[in-house]
Design a protein around this ligand. Structure first.
Ligand code: F6P
Ligand code: MN
Length: 341
């Protein structure tokens, strides 16, 4: 079967819409190339001596895995010299990485989580790379890029996607006009389209949440999950399934393919302390999910509308099937209304 490669898809997209700039296309090609190298490193496992922890912690106080650092380096090196970027930011780096002065500077800003779900690395379960692309503010050319230049809501992303390193290596991408999946042909080394435009199935009875955190949920989240757990005899009148991979990429990918809802809500007890990061986890996933016909909010507002206050800011995440996401939001609203009446 003849399939469309990632390169051809983007060139045709460029011709069709006239909106995809060649510089952005080349940037995505570079990110995709780095993901191939990461896939290779992940696949080597113990044989490549890439498993296990380092003695270091990242800016969020999490122990770094060897692969966190390897993948971060691969992304930095691949993207530094191409001339498409003004700066990069990563879960693994405290502050932004400016393009060194020996290379030409471009207009894009790239953010990434090099290895998402790193606790899965050592047990041979799926991990992924998440990325988001913004445009540097117009007044940034000719001056040094600052962290402030990254402080743009997710609605301003010009591209977002993830690679998933599972039984197959996939790249799931949006350039703002639909979501497309490409599978890595390992022998040839090319990305071939295997799905798209992807549409989220509606009405699926599946939810993904870390059940062990139920004592931290707000009454709205508790009510939503309890009603689903009640199954056929409960208010939903049907049985639900629960799935949790502990890798956002894998859990969101399942939802993109099969429907359902993913929740990592903010902690109700500690006035909104959340787990997932806005800029390089929640925003790219929210754009992908919205582009596939779903919805994404933080319990109060659309994730893509959140005005970021910091590079590593965390946010509650509820995304997937629009009706389900709206149901959670409606419970929240009802409870807030009761509390304020
Ligand atoms: O990057 C954070 C992350 O690893 C996500 O990929 C995943 O959804 C979540 O944390 C897992 O959290 P927990 O450890 O609570 O299962
Ligand atoms: Mn992550």
């Amino acid at each position: 079967m003849k399939r469309l490669t990632l390169t051809r898809f983007m060139i045709e997209e460029q011709r069709r819409s006239g909106l995809l700039r060649p510089e952005l296309r080349l940037l995505i090609e570079t990110v995709a190339r780095a993901c191939k190298s990461i896939s290779h490193a992940v696949g080597k496992g113990a044989l490549g001596e890439v498993l296990g922890n380092l003695a270091t912690e990242n800016v969020q106080g999490e122990v770094q895995k060897k692969l966190d650092v390897i993948a971060n380096e691969l992304l930095l090196e691949a993207n530094e010299w191409g001339g498409h970027l003004a700066a990069m930011a990563s879960e693994e780096m405290e502050t932004i990485h400016r393009i060194p002065s020996r290379y030409p500077k471009g207009e894009y800003l790239l953010l990434f989580d090099p290895i998402d779900g790193s606790s899965n690395i050592d047990v041979d379960l799926s991990v992924g790379t998440i990325f988001s692309v913004l445009t540097a503010p117009a007044d940034a050319s000719g001056r040094e890029i600052t962290e402030q230049d990254f402080m743009q809501p997710g609605s301003r992303q010009v591209a977002a996607g993830y690679a998933i390193y599972g039984p197959q290596t996939l790249l799931v991408l949006t350039l703002g006009t639909g979501v497309y999946e490409f599978t890595l042909d390992r022998e040839v080394g090319s990305w071939q389209m295997t799905d798209g435009p992807m549409r989220l199935s509606e009405g699926t009875c599946e939810f993904a949440i870390n059940m062990a955190r139920h004592q931290q949920w707000s009454p709205a989240i508790r009510r939503y999950i309890d009603e689903r757990l009640a199954g056929e005899d409960g208010p939903c009148g049907k049985d639900y399934n629960m799935r949790w991979t502990a890798s956002m990429v894998a859990d969101v990918h399942r939802i993109l393919k099969r429907g359902g809802i993913f929740l990592y809500p903010a902690d109700h007890r500690t006035s909104g302390k959340a787990r997932l990061r806005l800029m390089y986890e929640a925003n790219p996933m929210a754009l992908l999910i919205e582009q596939a016909g779903g919805a994404a909010n933080n319990g109060l507002e659309r994730i893509l509308d959140v005005e970021p206050q910091g590079l590593h800011e965390r946010v509650g995440v509820i995304l997937g099937d629009k009706k389900e996401v709206e149901a959670v939001a409606a419970y929240g609203l009802e409870l807030r209304e009761i509390a304020h009446s």
